[in-house]
Design a protein around this ligand. Structure first.
Ligand code: NI
Length: 171
Protein backbone atom coordinates (compact mmCIF):
# COMPACT_ATOMS: atom_id res chain seq x y z
CA UNK A 1 0.00 0.00 0.00
CA UNK A 2 1.23 3.43 -0.88
CA UNK A 3 -0.04 6.74 0.34
CA UNK A 4 0.48 9.41 -2.30
CA UNK A 5 1.00 13.14 -1.72
CA UNK A 6 -2.13 15.17 -2.37
CA UNK A 7 -1.82 18.30 -4.48
CA UNK A 8 -3.11 21.41 -2.73
CA UNK A 9 -4.93 24.45 -4.17
CA UNK A 10 -2.34 26.54 -5.99
CA UNK A 11 -0.78 23.51 -7.68
CA UNK A 12 -0.99 23.93 -11.45
CA UNK A 13 -1.96 20.34 -12.21
CA UNK A 14 -5.30 20.84 -10.43
CA UNK A 15 -6.18 23.36 -13.15
CA UNK A 16 -5.23 21.22 -16.16
CA UNK A 17 -7.65 19.21 -18.27
CA UNK A 18 -6.58 15.62 -17.68
CA UNK A 19 -5.81 13.35 -20.64
CA UNK A 20 -7.88 10.27 -21.48
CA UNK A 21 -6.34 6.94 -20.51
CA UNK A 22 -5.23 5.17 -23.70
CA UNK A 23 -5.10 1.64 -22.33
CA UNK A 24 -5.68 -0.06 -19.00
CA UNK A 25 -2.46 -1.59 -17.73
CA UNK A 26 -1.00 -3.01 -14.53
CA UNK A 27 0.53 0.43 -13.88
CA UNK A 28 -2.95 1.98 -14.05
CA UNK A 29 -4.34 -0.63 -11.66
CA UNK A 30 -1.47 0.05 -9.25
CA UNK A 31 -2.23 3.78 -9.43
CA UNK A 32 -5.91 3.07 -8.71
CA UNK A 33 -4.96 0.98 -5.66
CA UNK A 34 -2.66 3.73 -4.40
CA UNK A 35 -5.34 6.36 -5.00
CA UNK A 36 -7.84 4.25 -3.04
CA UNK A 37 -5.38 3.85 -0.14
CA UNK A 38 -4.68 7.57 -0.23
CA UNK A 39 -8.41 8.41 -0.22
CA UNK A 40 -9.07 6.17 2.80
CA UNK A 41 -5.96 7.44 4.61
CA UNK A 42 -7.17 11.03 4.14
CA UNK A 43 -10.73 10.01 5.12
CA UNK A 44 -12.10 11.34 1.86
CA UNK A 45 -15.01 9.96 -0.15
CA UNK A 46 -13.45 10.64 -3.54
CA UNK A 47 -10.14 11.35 -5.23
CA UNK A 48 -9.18 12.19 -8.81
CA UNK A 49 -5.80 11.38 -10.36
CA UNK A 50 -4.75 15.04 -10.85
CA UNK A 51 -4.98 15.38 -7.05
CA UNK A 52 -2.08 12.94 -6.76
CA UNK A 53 -0.11 14.60 -9.55
CA UNK A 54 -1.27 12.44 -12.46
CA UNK A 55 -3.07 14.32 -15.24
CA UNK A 56 -5.17 11.39 -16.45
CA UNK A 57 -8.91 10.74 -16.41
CA UNK A 58 -9.13 8.37 -13.43
CA UNK A 59 -11.16 8.72 -10.23
CA UNK A 60 -12.13 6.74 -7.17
CA UNK A 61 -15.19 7.31 -4.98
CA UNK A 62 -16.55 5.45 -1.98
CA UNK A 63 -19.76 6.70 -0.42
CA UNK A 64 -22.46 5.07 1.69
CA UNK A 65 -26.07 5.23 0.52
CA UNK A 66 -29.12 5.80 2.73
CA UNK A 67 -29.00 2.15 3.83
CA UNK A 68 -25.35 2.64 4.88
CA UNK A 69 -24.20 0.33 2.10
CA UNK A 70 -20.87 1.50 0.72
CA UNK A 71 -20.32 1.88 -2.99
CA UNK A 72 -16.70 1.85 -4.11
CA UNK A 73 -16.10 2.79 -7.72
CA UNK A 74 -12.82 3.16 -9.58
CA UNK A 75 -13.55 4.77 -12.95
CA UNK A 76 -11.37 5.26 -16.00
CA UNK A 77 -12.33 7.88 -18.61
CA UNK A 78 -15.66 8.67 -16.86
CA UNK A 79 -18.22 10.70 -18.80
CA UNK A 80 -21.41 12.14 -17.34
CA UNK A 81 -23.90 11.20 -20.06
CA UNK A 82 -27.02 12.50 -18.28
CA UNK A 83 -27.69 15.20 -15.70
CA UNK A 84 -31.03 15.10 -13.86
CA UNK A 85 -33.21 18.22 -14.08
CA UNK A 86 -33.70 18.47 -10.31
CA UNK A 87 -30.93 20.17 -8.35
CA UNK A 88 -29.81 19.72 -4.78
CA UNK A 89 -27.75 21.89 -2.46
CA UNK A 90 -25.36 20.25 0.01
CA UNK A 91 -22.08 20.86 1.74
CA UNK A 92 -18.85 19.88 -0.03
CA UNK A 93 -15.21 19.83 0.81
CA UNK A 94 -12.10 18.75 -1.08
CA UNK A 95 -8.90 16.99 -0.01
CA UNK A 96 -7.02 19.57 -2.09
CA UNK A 97 -8.54 22.46 -0.12
CA UNK A 98 -8.42 21.12 3.43
CA UNK A 99 -10.47 22.89 6.08
CA UNK A 100 -12.86 24.55 3.62
CA UNK A 101 -16.50 23.52 3.20
CA UNK A 102 -19.39 25.20 1.46
CA UNK A 103 -22.81 24.36 0.06
CA UNK A 104 -22.81 23.67 -3.68
CA UNK A 105 -25.87 23.34 -5.92
CA UNK A 106 -25.64 20.50 -8.44
CA UNK A 107 -27.97 18.22 -10.41
CA UNK A 108 -29.39 15.67 -7.96
CA UNK A 109 -28.90 12.70 -10.28
CA UNK A 110 -26.41 11.74 -12.96
CA UNK A 111 -25.66 8.83 -15.22
CA UNK A 112 -21.95 8.12 -15.66
CA UNK A 113 -20.32 5.84 -18.21
CA UNK A 114 -16.73 4.73 -17.76
CA UNK A 115 -14.36 1.79 -17.86
CA UNK A 116 -13.39 -0.23 -14.81
CA UNK A 117 -9.63 -0.63 -14.16
CA UNK A 118 -9.99 -4.00 -15.91
CA UNK A 119 -11.27 -2.32 -19.06
CA UNK A 120 -14.92 -3.35 -18.72
CA UNK A 121 -17.58 -0.75 -19.56
CA UNK A 122 -19.68 0.35 -16.60
CA UNK A 123 -22.76 2.57 -16.33
CA UNK A 124 -23.75 4.09 -12.98
CA UNK A 125 -27.12 5.71 -12.26
CA UNK A 126 -26.39 7.79 -9.18
CA UNK A 127 -28.33 10.00 -6.82
CA UNK A 128 -27.64 11.56 -3.43
CA UNK A 129 -24.07 11.75 -2.21
CA UNK A 130 -22.77 9.40 -4.89
CA UNK A 131 -24.11 11.69 -7.64
CA UNK A 132 -22.48 14.66 -5.93
CA UNK A 133 -19.14 12.90 -5.42
CA UNK A 134 -19.04 11.74 -9.04
CA UNK A 135 -19.69 15.28 -10.32
CA UNK A 136 -17.07 16.72 -7.97
CA UNK A 137 -14.43 14.21 -9.12
CA UNK A 138 -15.24 14.48 -12.84
CA UNK A 139 -14.89 18.26 -12.39
CA UNK A 140 -11.32 17.63 -11.12
CA UNK A 141 -10.54 15.89 -14.42
CA UNK A 142 -11.49 19.12 -16.20
CA UNK A 143 -9.46 21.35 -13.88
CA UNK A 144 -12.57 22.54 -12.05
CA UNK A 145 -12.72 22.83 -8.25
CA UNK A 146 -15.89 23.03 -6.16
CA UNK A 147 -15.12 26.63 -5.22
CA UNK A 148 -15.58 27.47 -8.92
CA UNK A 149 -19.24 26.40 -8.54
CA UNK A 150 -19.89 29.14 -5.94
CA UNK A 151 -20.88 32.76 -6.38
CA UNK A 152 -17.88 35.11 -6.76
CA UNK A 153 -18.65 36.62 -3.35
CA UNK A 154 -18.79 33.25 -1.56
CA UNK A 155 -15.63 32.16 -3.34
CA UNK A 156 -13.66 35.24 -2.33
CA UNK A 157 -14.74 34.85 1.31
CA UNK A 158 -13.66 31.21 1.28
CA UNK A 159 -10.35 31.98 -0.40
CA UNK A 160 -9.62 34.65 2.19
CA UNK A 161 -10.36 32.10 4.94
CA UNK A 162 -8.17 29.55 3.11
CA UNK A 163 -5.20 31.92 2.80
CA UNK A 164 -5.51 32.89 6.44
CA UNK A 165 -5.53 29.24 7.55
CA UNK A 166 -2.49 28.47 5.36
CA UNK A 167 -0.43 31.40 6.62
CA UNK A 168 -1.36 30.29 10.15
CA UNK A 169 0.08 26.86 9.40
CA UNK A 170 3.31 28.35 8.08
CA UNK A 171 4.14 30.08 11.31
NI1 NI B 1 -11.97 17.49 -4.55
Amino acid sequence: MAILDIEILGSGILREKAAPVESVTDDLRRLVRDMTDTMYDAEGIGLAAPQVGVSQRILVVDVADEEETRHMHALVNPVIVEFGKKTEKASEGCLSIPGIEESVTRPATVVVEALTPNGDPVRIEADGLLARALQHEVDHLDGILFIDRLSPLKRSILLRKWRKSRSGNAR
